[in-house]
Design a protein around this ligand. Structure first.
Ligand SMILES: [Fe+2]
Ligand SMILES: [Fe+2]
Length: 152
């Protein structure tokens, strides 16, 4: 097991939550809030793991002005956009008409971001190339430890 496999599994899990959210009926406000809380928690932990472990390791090895460095810097920015939206949604009521619109934007942003991490030549491929298998396996253990600490 390596870090990339674990992070890809997180992506699949959160996408399943997105599908569930999108399948809710118009009046399902309490389910909507509960599902949003699950999405919020999953994304908060996943972005924290990537920003604490994977992204700094890639950034450290990527040359200045390289495509690899731009890719990791862009990833940090995309996380920041998603986190800002999550904070906004936390403050509003699920009956608010902007609630679903904001969650829809979170879903669109995350799907785009996940695509860029997983696509051929994307951030995960860059990480494999720059870090190597051994480091990614060691990182998997650190990810498991962070998840355990978070109670997941
Ligand atoms: Fe990410
Ligand atoms: Fe990710």
């Amino acid at each position: 097991m390596d870090a990339i496999s674990l992070l890809k599994q997180d992506h699949r899990d959160v996408k399943a939550l997105f599908r569930e959210f999108q399948g809710l009926g118009d009046r399902a406000e309490s389910s909507r809030q509960k599902l949003f809380e699950a999405i919020d928690e999953a994304l908060t932990l996943h972005t924290k793991i990537e920003e604490r472990l994977l992204y700094p390791a890639v950034k450290e090895r990527a040359r200045a002005n390289s495509d690899e460095r731009l890719s990791v810097l862009e990833s940090y920015e995309e996380h920041a956009v998603v986190k800002t939206l999550l904070k906004e949604i936390e403050k509003i009521d699920p009956s608010d008409e902007t609630y679903r619109a904001k969650v829809k934007v979170v879903i669109d942003c995350v799907e785009h971001h996940v695509e860029e991490e997983e696509e051929k030549g994307g951030l995960f491929d860059i990480a494999r190339e720059l870090l190597g298998q051994e480091a990614l396996e060691a990182m998997a253990e650190q990810i498991e430890a962070m998840k355990e600490k978070a109670g997941v």
